[in-house]
Design a protein around this ligand. Sequence first.
Ligand SMILES: [Zn+2]
Length: 159
Amino acid sequence: MTMTKEEKKIYNKWYRQTHKEEIKIYQAWYDQTPKAKMNKTIGQWKFKGLISDDYELIYNRYLISETCEECNKPYTTKNKKCMDHNHETGTFRNILCNACNTNRRMKINTSGIPNISWDKRRNTWRYTKMINGKLYHKSSRDLEFLKQYKIDFEKEHYY
Ligand SMILES: [Zn+2]
């Protein structure tokens, strides 16, 4: 006997309500599997703007990395492993320790603010943000305006 769409909906709702504990245990177990961990991390990277043909390759490089690709120091709980990518183009660069990642970002962004940099060619500040493969940008000579724009824009897109 096949269920109609409506019956299936009711059945699923009933199942979820009567099997809460089992579902919770299963979810906790699933979250610990390597595949779930990988999908979660890759999901976060995509959200941050990473664009790649092969996310798993980057993830594997991330997994096996034991020392920072810039300073060669081992990662610690205080100085964690980071995936470094170009914030304007979305391309992957390195697996770095948090300190090197922050340093690199500061050098690139003369404004000192992630995603806002001085555009020499246009002679203006430029805010660029990659979200799920789409590039958003806004230019202004007024850095304070752009800082506020960034806050408002990211609030609107993240929540
Ligand atoms: Zn480092």
